[in-house]
Design a protein around this ligand. Structure first.
Ligand code: FES
Length: 411
């Protein structure tokens, strides 16, 4: 797949998206355990995966644990005494017990709960109870196993490949400047929600990267906001493709009339789908781009599984962590600037609840879609031009899998 940026802005012309392909796509990519195994090796064991933001570890000794189920990995991420953030497999060098049990916390050192081997924040093995009764144990070779970690624009990424083929910036390509241009450093309040969903990770990702379903599935929540008489299907304003990464700009209905409670929330903050002027110029890094007020949200996808919805005063992050071909752990987080008063807090809570409720409207249909696909009743599925990002994800996964040895055995 070409790494250069491609922008499609005249989405009323379906042919502007034909370069992605127009034919049907294989259904088995969404449920096949064999294909899932290829995705594991080609994508999740080799590519950079976002695990959070730097501000989540403000002080030496702060740590968090991330489960990467598809790779059977548990990764411990910690800020050391020297201020550096490091990542390790969360596995004790003695006999493999999980070192940190809590999902996050603060500690001066890591003590294994099984036999109390003790590790410094830089992963060095410091203490072994009754050490003299081991035979020839080389303590210096028993440090925690490091995991590659890098940060860009405050976003932390890990890579489970012991020797990553690309640096993080190389992996992000042109999307690196998009992340750097986001003005969300002060968004340090967040609300987290999520669950394990009975669906393939791509089926979940696809749901959140197309608006074709909005007019039927979100009649009570999004119709009228990102749809309107002049745009009944909520056709986005623009799609931008940056190699495997992408951005979509949603259309916003300027005539939308919020309910009284919603209007009150907007008075003290900003609406979930309100227009925004948040972006910095990627070139200068400073000047604000004057946004068309009909632009409601920018939806970013950093391949493979980080999606961000950036609107006025909030940033919603969705992550899709595959567990099996049929099961995915969804993590949603909505970030906002720290509330300065009760009105802003109310506005935040309203927005957090709205995000959770809209997301919940999608789950039954996502799970139903996965069950239907898995039945094997259909060999192929079909993407509408408005589902261009679903096709882009399909193409990206297929491309990476084939680059790494591929699907030849499956065909
Ligand atoms: Fe960790 Fe024994 S497994 S100290």
């Amino acid at each position: 797949m070409a790494a250069e940026s491609i922008v499609a802005t005249d989405l009323t012309d379906r042919n502007s998206l034909a370069f992605l392909g127009t034919g049907p796509v294989r259904a088995d990519r969404y449920f096949s355990p064999e294909y899932f195994a290829l995705e594991r090796e080609a994508i999740f064991r080799r590519m950079w995966l976002n695990v959070g933001r730097e501000f989540e570890l403000p002080n030496p000794g702060d740590f968090m644990v991330r489960q990467i189920e598809i790779c059977n990995a548990s990764v411990l991420i910690v800020r050391g005494s020297d201020g550096q953030i490091r990542a390790f497999h969360n596995v004790c060098s003695h006999r493999g017990a999980m070192l940190a049990g809590a999902p996050s916390g603060h500690t001066p050192a890591f003590v294994c709960p099984y036999h109390q081997w003790t590790y410094a924040l830089d992963g060095t093995l410091r203490g072994i109870p009754d050490e003299r009764n081991f035979w020839g144990l080389e303590k210096s070779k028993c440090s925690l196993t490091p995991v590659s970690i890098a940060s860009h624009a405050g976003f932390l990424f890990i890579n489970l490949d012991p020797v990553p083929a690309q640096t993080l910036v190389e992996f992000l390509g042109a999307a690196a400047s998009l992340l750097a241009a986001l003005q969300i450093d002060e968004y340090t309040d967040f609300f987290e929600f999520g669950d394990e969903i009975e669906a393939n990770w791509k089926t979940i990702a696809d749901n959140f990267q197309e608006t074709y379903h909005v007019s039927s599935l979100h009649k009570k929540s999004l119709v009228g906001r990102i749809t309107g008489p002049q745009n009944p299907f909520g056709r986005p304003l623009a799609f931008e493709f940056y190699g495997y990464h992408r951005r979509m700009t949603l259309w916003g209905n300027l005539a939308y009339k919020p309910s009284p409670v919603e209007g009150l929330a907007y008075r003290f903050g900003t609406g979930l789908t309100q227009a925004k002027t948040l972006m910095k110029s990627p070139e200068s890094g400073a000047a604000k781009i004057v946004r068309d007020p009909s632009e409601a949200l920018d939806v970013y996808l950093i391949f493979p599984n980080l999606q961000m919805l950036i609107g006025a005063g909030s940033c919603v992050i969705q992550q899709f962590w595959p567990i099996s071909a049929d099961r995915t752990r969804f993590v949603g987080r909505q970030y906002a600037p720290r509330a300065a008063n009760a009105g802003q807090r109310f506005s935040q809570e309203y927005s957090f609840s709205a995000t959770r409720d809209i997301t919940a409207e999608d789950w039954p249909m996502i799970q139903s879609t996965h069950r239907g696909a898995k039945s094997g009743a259909r060999e192929y599925f079909h993407f509408h031009s408005q589902e261009a990002l679903c096709r882009h994800l399909y193409n990206s996964v297929e491309s990476v899998v084939n680059t790494c040895g591929g699907t030849a055995a499956m065909k």
